[in-house]
Each structure stands twice: as structure tokens, then as C-alpha cells.
Design a protein around this ligand. Structure first.
Ligand code: ZN
Length: 243
């Protein structure tokens, strides 16, 4: 898919999810002139097996890593909601926080995590974040009577997002060529040092590359996809909305 949005909003449950699953696409869009914003839902304070690290120290390190990764990808800004890792809930309050960012950024496309998987395990925060992001895009951010106080109190207007792209889907229908941006993606993934845990770049790259090759193979054999000859790709389930 050759589409470059004018503005995109990335909604990521944890630090590093967006880089691992969609870092090449983000880099490609930024290189093509897109303005990409990011919302980080949790503080990532549980993502370590290092017994020396407590949650607060880990969260502080991970927020620094997230900012470094965002700078590498060319992301304009990262809004950190700071919710505790592993404790996302599908609440009106969380939905409103995402609606606020969607209405502020006014993206053409929201890039986020697939909530629905049948056959592969998925982190609870991914299920919740993906589902609340979907609901926030449609219909909550669109309809002015939902969270109308955002307009009456702060002048933040409703926004219709044209599409949402889910990473981590079992049923992708959209494939983005990331071969020219693969090294940038790797730089962004490696910025999350607490997650790569002393593994060498070559080890991490082998894993990331294999996944990109699998996505490329799926894209090359996907019947409705115009792009062929993919070598490294990222795969998404794209859902479009009437604007
Ligand atoms: Zn995650």
C-alpha cells in the first residue's frame, strides 16, 4: 500500500509495541511528509524480569526509551497517559482520554493494536487498548454529543477519522513495504533497551526481519493487494469509515 497520510495518530498500549509492529510504516510515512503523533497508554512498569528493577524505576526508564524511539522515527510528540501497566480497563474515562487526542490531532488514520485474536495469545492491555481506540475513533470522537464538554469547556471539536489500521492482526488486509525503512525501525526497536535485555542487535534483528519477511510473503500472496515483490513488510487489518 502506497498511501501516505497527512496526519496519523499512533495509539500504543506499551512502550515498544508500535516500534516492533509498525515502526517501518511510521518511518515511511514521516519520510513521505506525514505528521505522526503518538499516545502511550500505560507506563510499561511491569515489562521486565529483572528482579533488581522496581516498577517506578522501570516506568521512568521506559518513558525515556519511548521518547528516544519516537525521535528516531520522527514522531512529532508522545502523550503519555501513564496508566499502570497491565491495568487498562474499558472505561469512559480512558475512552475520553483517547477521544481528546483524536480530536486534537485530527488524524486521517489511527494506527493501533488489534484487539481481537482467536488463536494467538494476546496481552490484556492490547485487547483493551485496541477496543477502546476503535470505539474512540467511531463513533465517540466523531459525534459531538459524546464528551460534548470537550467542546463546551475547551473548544475541542469532533473529528471524523477515515481509517484505522490494526497491527498484530490474524487477518491482515493491508501490507506496507518497509524495506527502505527497516534500519530506522531497528534503531527505534533497539532504543527500548529494557526490552532487548542485553540481546545483540543481530539477534533482535533476526527476529524482526523474520516477521517482516512473513508479512511480505503474506502481502505478495494477498489477492486484493496491488503491491507485489515485497521483501520486508508490515501487515495490518485496515477498517475504513465513511467521512
Ligand atoms: Zn505491549
Amino acid at each position: 500500500m502506497d498511501f501516505i497520510p497527512e496526519r496519523a495518530l499512533v495509539i500504543t498500549p506499551h512502550p515498544d509495541d508500535a516500534e516492533v509492529w509498525a515502526g517501518g510504516t511510521i518511518a515511511r510515512w514521516v519520510r513521505g511528509g506525514a505528521e505522526v503523533h503518538c499516545v502511550l497508554c500505560t507506563d510499561g512498569g511491569k515489562g521486565s524480569d529483572d528482579p533488581e528493577l522496581d516498577s517506578a524505576a522501570l516506568a521512568a526508564a521506559r518513558s525515556r526509551e519511548q521518547l528516544a524511539a519516537a525521535a528516531i522515527l520522527g514522531i512529532t510528540d508522545v502523550v503519555m497517559l501513564g496508566r499502570p501497566d497491565g491495568e487498562l480497563e474499558d472505561t469512559s474515562d480512558f475512552r475520553k482520554a483517547l477521544v481528546r487526542q483524536i480530536r486534537l490531532v485530527k488524524p486521517d488514520v489511527v494506527l493501533t493494536t488489534e484487539p481481537y485474536r482467536r488463536n494467538m495469545q494476546w496481552h490484556r492491555d492490547h485487547r483493551i487498548a485496541g477496543q477502546v481506540a476503535l470505539d474512540a475513533v467511531f463513533p465517540y470522537a466523531r459525534d459531538h454529543l459524546h464528551f460534548g464538554e470537550l467542546f463546551t469547556n475547551e473548544g475541542i471539536e469532533p473529528h471524523k477519522t477515515a481509517a484505522i489500521m490494526f497491527w498484530g492482526s490474524e487477518n491482515p488486509n493491508t501490507f506496507v513495504d518497509i524495506a527502505p525503512d527497516f534500519d530506522t525501525k531497528m534503531d527505534a526497536v533497539m532504543a527500548h533497551a529494557t526490552q532487548t535485555r542485553q540481546r545483540s542487535r543481530a539477534d533482535v534483528q533476526a527476529f524482526i526481519r523474520r516477521r517482516a519477511e512473513e508479512a511480505a510473503a503474506a502481502g505478495n500472496s494477498y489477492p486484493e493487494e496491488a503491491v507485489s515483490g515485497l521483501t520486508l513488510a508490515e501487515a495490518f487489518r485496515r477498517v475504513t469509515f465513511r467521512t
